[in-house]
Design a protein around this ligand. Sequence first.
Ligand SMILES: *Cc1c(COP(=O)(O)O)cnc(C)c1O
Length: 358
Amino acid sequence: MKYKIRLSEPVLGFDEALGLVKVLRSKQLSQGREVKKFEQKFSKFQLNSGIAVAVNSGTSALHLGLLSAKIGIGDEVIVPAFSFAATANSVVLTGATPVFADIDIETMCLSPESVKSKITKKTRAIIIVHLFGNMPNMENFLRICKDYKLLLIEDVAQALGSKYQGRYAGTFGEFGAFSFYPTKNLTTGEGGMIYSANTNLIRNSKLLRNQGMLETYENEIVGFNNRMTEFSASIGLNQIRRLDRMLKKRKDNAKFYLDNLKNVFLPRTLEKVEHSYNQFTIRVENKVRDKLIKKLSNERIETKIYYPKSINNLDAYKVKVDLPVTDIVIDQVLSIPIHPRLTERNLLKITKIINTNT
Ligand SMILES: *Cc1c(COP(=O)(O)O)cnc(C)c1O
């Protein structure tokens, strides 16, 4: 079935197309000027509080960031079970063990209390996921990390442009890992970014993404090929020019829903948080959710359950943990279209269907 209103839709225009032709004509297809420029413009967007290393996916950004922070076998890393599997996968790929913690019902981000209860002698880091573009109370997590001498890591895949007390997500932790997959706030097709103020971590990440080389054929360590192409970087550069406008549209769309949706639990943000609304995720009773999905789908409006299973319950993990809030949320969440290409008519239609069926 073809949806008329998609859940996610990237904003791509003539500038992106022209940029790609330029890359083709330059014959420099990987690790050239576009990648460097994209890293610089990305850093500038984050107000130059750190250094950016472009890679081929958000998963690579998490993976290389963790390896660069020397996380590996014998270490435990606390992660939310209510996230995309990549958050935990990246930990497993370093040899470390993900330890699943519960979330806060209002923000759907990690709960500081649950995190604290999971800390052991082996804990090295906490990965907070700024889920759907929302953010948790950052002071709490900075304090926990200071008290227990843990690294704070930010999975910012869904939260480019989100702010806490005016400060951008991805600038609080040891590093932030961004994703540029087509559903995210900025896309390069596939792509990711490691962002950190730690020059040593940045150097390690640059080595790891390129076979352990900074200079050609001077391999200092064993690394991967997780490089970003010039095509991706070129798209990213044009996307950065649109970013503030795209983020504004997401916020305006969210405001419309927040003002007009009735009878559903709306996404809640802390006062200090500026949500970037990568997803607009409401909560309704399980039965109502099934009905809503059907009614919206009948009108060719796409919705999605982000996420239908907690990571610990996936076949790849099968870890028994008691996570009561995660269980509740999984039964109730429903993400509805929020992307920048929605029209006012789209928003009215979606709102009407939800309000008349709840
Ligand atoms: C998308 C996403 C990732 C992974 O990013 P990719 O670019 O798809 O590898 C990691 N964590 C979260 C929370 C995500 O939403």
